[in-house]
Design a protein around this ligand. Sequence first.
Ligand code: BLG
Length: 486
Amino acid sequence: MKFSFKHFTTHLLVSLLCLLALTGSVLPNKIEKILNQGEIVVVTRNSPTTYFEDNVGETGYEYELAKSFADYLGVNLVIKQADTLEELYAYLNQKNVAFAAASLTVRPDKNESVRFSTPYMQVSQQIIYRRGTLRPKQVTDLINGKLLVTSDSSHSYQLRQMQNDVPELSWSESPDYATVELLQMVADGEIDYTIVDSNEFEMLQAYYPNVGIGFDLTGVQPLAWAFPQSPDNSLFEEAQSFFRDVQTNGLLLEIEERFYGHLGQLNYAGAKRFKRQTHKKLNKYDEIFQQAAQQYDLDWRLLAAMSYQESHWNPRARSFTGVRGMMMLTLRTAKELGVKNRLDPKQSIFGGAKYLAKLRKRMPDNIAEPDRTWMALAAYNVGYGHLTDARKLTKLDGGDSTRWMDVKDYLPRLSQKRYYKQTRHGYARGNEPVSYVQNIRRYFDVLVWNEANNVNNNNALTETELAIEDAPMQLSANVRVIPPLL
Ligand code: BLG
């Protein structure tokens, strides 16, 4: 065809008009609006499984996941907090709110107003009761008790479904209580039962040692983000491709590991003992932990958590290999640190803090926080050389040697001949630093929580807590306690 200028300009004009129709006269879609504004507004709830502030700033599983999505879009994340579930769903009607990220169970009864994303976690609903009372084992066991759940929740929905089969089933609903408050009410005997999602209970169990799981009310149910129903799919589709990405690139697992990876560590007995010890002993040493933390730029609660793991805050603890004191310094390391008397709490705590700070500094620059701290803790326990060996094994096998999540899987190999014969520093009991770090993370969480919730370590213990027998302590490294000098 011969080139005609007139033809060409007509074409151009038509194309321009089309473009204008698509972009100019038609309102921008959801995703374009978000990109133009440079921010995405997400509604959540304040809870340990979703969103909270720690000493570094905003965090939480849902926060980190939503933040990764905001980064994926290249915009800022703005968080709105709802006090109740009703309020949370109401937020979705506001034009500028993109979606809700709040540990929400995918629920068919919400289909009219809400569209759920690809699930990112599976949980079950659990009946929670107070230990020491008769443990409920099935739905009919709940009939004569006082059961309280959050209104408009997946839990109340589930109970309504179950009432079809068990018409005598009755319960109360209130919009006002967060999970932690419901657990507290069970702990205090104000109510007999409540329902909590398994992920929340896993996280909160350590704070409420005298409540336990009666039984699983449901099989696994998916958790997902909730988007308002809309003919405009642009944002929803972006979120779906974000989920495809994070499922394949490991980010979803990484976030899960960060918040849930260490949770199994503190069982019921351990949690109870920890609580008792914080009441009985921590206030004797907290000032020393704070001073040492300040001097070495560490979090005092991390030092306190380490010291609990090492010695249960017993200045006279010792292991069979002669490692001693609050922070369990070996003779050699104590000498190196200039610690003269390992049994002196102040010297031991300052020595331990100095050693940890030194190890944290020594880690290669490409290891970012919080992994840097977890690896420094592992090195504190097993030695820097062995940790480096484990990092090399991780890398050789295609893992990421800068991530604790990967390295912790390779540390145990240091005790297997076919692996340790290839390493520079040889055999080590590689399991020990793994449980060491995971335990400390758990104790640390509880101490952070206590402080944020003004749990006074000097508080008198409740009757039930006083009634608990002081079981013999199981220390991490076969520690035995030396009787006080006369
Ligand atoms: C640590 C040392 C590291 C040392 C490793 O052992 O002790 N840490 C401290 O003294 C604070 O310095 O690393 S090395 O110097 O690079 O070799 C490895 O030797 C202490 C650990 C050992 C462990 N607790 C702190 O976590 C312990 O007490 N083990 C006892 C084993 S048993 O129960 O007696 O069998």
